[in-house]
Design a protein around this ligand. Structure first.
Ligand SMILES: C[S@@+](CC[C@H](N)C(=O)[O-])C[C@H]1O[C@@H](n2cnc3c(N)ncnc32)[C@H](O)[C@@H]1O
Length: 795
């Protein structure tokens, strides 16, 4: 054994010796050797342990003594992880305060510093809550329940002026130590309207004549065992019509918890927390008497109407799940009555007295049906009912129809020319228009007409098109022109999240808000390719980019986008770009390839067949005439965007024009209020509209998608016929010069005329993607006349 020890010592000593054969080295070796001869192996091991402990502890003690941050962390760990293991907690009636003090007393002073990383979302929640406060009311009352050290109030002062916005702010907290810190803060920052109340959240009082316009809970509800009483008390204190309640807190839930109440919780984005996380975080936080069970949030969602909700993860600390939730009085909120008034206008009970029952056909209204169902079950109304804007019509967000879209819109921009629509349709203020929403550009173009239609119904089955449409409407409503331009002209914004929370959110539905909170920051990220590199339509733009790069044409494309004469434009096109785009390899691999046509251009096989025998020729017929029609640099925003990835201020969709921004943002009678967005099939929406309530339907190339041998086209034509008044018109575009379904329209009682037919070498509009544009006018009412097509397109 002793020899072994000697060997170890020799090994230990040898590096020293090999570095320098100095006298010091020899002395240390001898010293070590002497020690070892007198120390037994077990003593040696304990010596080593003591030395190691000292090596760790001494620097730690030094750091903790002289470094404030380190001291805070150690204290935090002690208070949160070690002390609870031996601290006795009491469960008697008034013991909560004692328990809280045991937990907070030692850490009150370091509370703010140590919670920065743990309690995420505080600032986002305050911004969101503040943006939803009524902006036409002064002297608001704010109660921060379980407000702790008053950090929320300080953060709020970075968002708005405390004195100008609030008449009084009450911070209510049960912990005297934390209230002490809050008082010091109030004094230090000179707050004059802040009242610190050391009281229980269940039964504190504010002056009798006051009701709260804002009630906040930040990470406090999860620490309140009698949370039912706390929430009930908050409900009583909240201003019935204008009050907003906000909670940001930890919380875990599974999608099963939403069963039967999906439409009242404001969306399911990131809602489900996997079992392992649900279990682990609940157990972990329970040690500190923080309860992550879903019941607190669920009781909020039951007691109030959900205005906004969002599910998040603390990425810095192990993905701890937390949520931000905003609610209002579920029965009395002022937006609720506004929505019901709008709905009631469509109700049979408010129909004109002289309307004969034969003519007045009022199909079931989905919104009223769901409102009745929720009321019967004692649930709040759907979240959509509490929103400031009434654009979005109620839809069943769990419908399996929506699964096909995989969380994505198809079009970030609309690929039809509204200028031609306006010329053909001559819309007036007496029109009621239904159009496919797509990216909403054309819906907004109709709304910007000098005499906008009295109602514009946008229909799209894809909910994410609806979310994009809402974003464009919200931006048009509340942003400055520069902000709108950044979002939709450039497709990028340096701080989208901030814009969303502070300005856009109050004008969005909760579902659209959740979508954009999740997708927006990366979509509009200035270091990415921007908005127009999203959706399926991004493939068209990417493809253009790749091809031009591969053929070394990027510079020529830039020249084309700057060309100031048609001649110059044609020259660049014919000499450089056309040969690259229309070469046989590109033709074979892409343009003639059905997968590419569907994926990149959104052309389904039924429509591809209508394009004729050569898809390549079809594309040539599309592109060539455009170069002589108008300048891409100034009067063709469709292709300018495809080539450039962004718009120019003098070459952009109608809603991005400065003068239209002023019209849309107008406080009174904004044309935006004429828009309704439906998230359903055309057929379903048509069948729910009152009979003969439409004067115009713009259905784009939608009919091309149907199977000529199926019955769907006939069903849709029949629904159009029902919903249109006599002389009502359908505007449609087709990849065929004479679409097969025109005869079906005629059989149903429409008279159909082509508004434009594209012949080789000519263009019919600035997109020129379709071979024909048709107007089908409803001539007969019941008993549709059956007659064959009388059109001769060979002329
Ligand atoms: C995690 S802290 C959050 C503090 C602060 N809102 C924040 O965001 O930093 C929870 C707070 O709830 C308070 N609290 C717990 N139960 C309470 C009750 N019944 N009444 C009032 N406050 C209570 C605690 O004293 C503590 O300040």
């Amino acid at each position: 054994m002793r020899e072994n020890m000697d060997a170890v010592i020799a090994q230990l000593a040898s590096p020293v010796g090999s570095v320098a054969e100095s006298a010091t080295g020899a002395v240390s070796r001898n010293f070590l050797k002497n020690c070892m001869t007198t120390v037994t192996p077990s003593e040696w091991i304990s010596l080593k342990a003591v030395a190691t402990t000292l090596t760790i502890l001494v620097p730690l003690i030094l750091v903790v003594t002289f470094n404030e941050d380190a001291r805070s962390v150690v204290l935090f760990c002690w208070a949160c992880f070690i002390k609870p293991l031996h601290a006795k907690s009491s469960h008697s009636a008034d013991s909560q305060q004692k328990n809280l003090e045991t937990f907070y007393k030692t850490q009150a002073k370091i509370y703010d510093k140590t919670r920065e990383v743990l309690l995420k979302g505080r600032f986002d929640a305050l911004q969101l809550a503040q943006s939803h406060l009524p902006n036409d009311r002064e002297g608001l009352i704010w109660i921060d329940i379980g407000g702790g050290t008053g950090l929320n109030i300080e953060k709020m002062s970075q968002i708005c002026s405390l004195t100008e916005t609030f008449q009084a702010i009450y911070l209510v907290d049960l912990s005297p130590s934390l209230c002490g810190v809050a008082r010091e803060r109030a004094e230090r920052l000179g707050w004059t309207n802040v009242h610190i109340m050391c009281a229980d959240a269940c039964d504190f009082e504010i002056p009798q004549h006051e009701s709260a316009d804002l009630i906040t809970f930040s990470y406090s509800l999860s620490m309140m065992p009698p949370y039912h009483a706390v929430i009930d008390h908050a409900y009583e204190l909240l201003n019935e019509q204008h009050g907003v309640v906000c909670s940001v807190d930890f919380g875990v839930q599974s999608s099963a918890h939403a069963t039967g109440r999906v439409n009242n919780i404001g969306g399911l984005v990131n809602y489900h927390i996997p079992w392992i996380y649900r279990t682990f975080w609940r157990i972990w936080f329970e040690c500190d008497k923080v309860y992550l069970d879903p019941s607190r949030r669920e009781y909020l969602e039951y007691r109030f109407g959900t205005l906004k909700s969002i599910n998040l993860r603390n990425k810095t600390l192990g993905n701890i799940p937390y949520y931000i939730w905003l609610g209002v009085n579920k029965d009395e909120d002022h937006m609720l009555s506004h929505r019901f008034k709008v709905l009631a206008a469509k109700s049979p009970y408010l129909a004109p007295v002289n309307e004969t029952s034969n003519n007045a056909h009022y199909p079931a209204n989905k919104e009223l049906e769901v409102a009745a169902t929720n009321t019967r079950k004692g649930l709040p109304f759907p979240s959509l009912f509490y929103q400031r804007e009434i654009w979005r019509a109620y839809y069943d967000e769990l419908s399996p129809y929506y699964e096909q879209f995989k969380n994505q819109y198809i079009y970030a921009f609309t690929w039809e020319d509204p200028r031609e629509d306006a010329k053909i349709l001559n819309l007036t203020k007496d029109d009621t228009v239904l159009a496919i929403t797509s990216a909403c550009d054309n819906i907004l173009a109709y709304a910007a007409l000098p005499t906008p239609p009295k109602r514009i119904h946008g229909v799209d089955l894809n909910p994410f098109q609806g979310h994009l449409a809402e974003l464009k409407l919200a931006a048009s409503r509340c942003l400055s022109y520069e902000e709108i331009w950044a979002l939709f002209g450039e497709g990028k914004h340096p701080d989208f999240k901030q814009l969303l929370l502070c300005k856009l959110a109050p004008h969005l539905s909760s579902n659209a808000f959740q979508y954009w909170m999740n997708e927006g920051p990366k979509t509009f990220d200035p270091s990415g390719y921007g908005l127009y590199d999203t959706g399926f339509s991004r493939w068209a733009l990417r493809l253009a980019r790749y091809i031009f790069k591969a053929f070394g044409l990027t510079g020529k494309v830039e020249e084309l986008c700057k060309a100031r004469t048609i001649r110059e434009q044609q020259q660049i096109w014919n000499k450089y770009i056309r040969p690259a785009l229309f070469n046989p390899i590109v033709g074979k691999l892409l343009v003639g390839n059905p997968i590419f046509l569907w994926k990149a251009l959104g052309v389904p096989s039924n429509q591809a067949e209508m394009m004729g025998s050569s898809t390549m020729q079809y594309i040539i017929d599309t592109m060539d005439p455009l170069l002589s029609r108008s300048l891409i640099s100034t009067d063709n925003y469709f292709y300018y965007l495809t080539l450039n990835g962004r718009y120019a201020k003098d070459n952009c969709p109608v809603y991005l024009r400065k003068k239209n921004h002023e019209i849309f943002a107008s406080k009174t009678d904004s044309p935006l209020d004429r828009i309704r967005l439906h998230t359903d099939t055309l057929n379903n929406v048509l069948s729910r509209l009152a009979k003969k309530s439409l004067t115009v339907a713009v259905i784009m190339d939608h009919m091309d998608w149907f199977d000529p041998n199926g019955v769907d086209a006939m069903h849709e034509i029949s629904s159009l016929h029902n919903a249109l008044e006599i002389n009502g018109r359908v505007l449609l575009r087709s990849a065929a010069k004479q679409p097969w379904y025109i005869k079906n329209f005629e059989e149903m009682g429409f008279s159909c005329e082509p508004a434009a037919i594209r012949h080789s070498g000519t263009s019919i509009d600035r997109v020129n993607m379709y071979a024909s544009t048709w107007v089908c006018r409803k001539t007969a009412d019941e008993n549709a006349r059956r007659r064959m097509s009388s059109l001769d397109l060979s002329k």
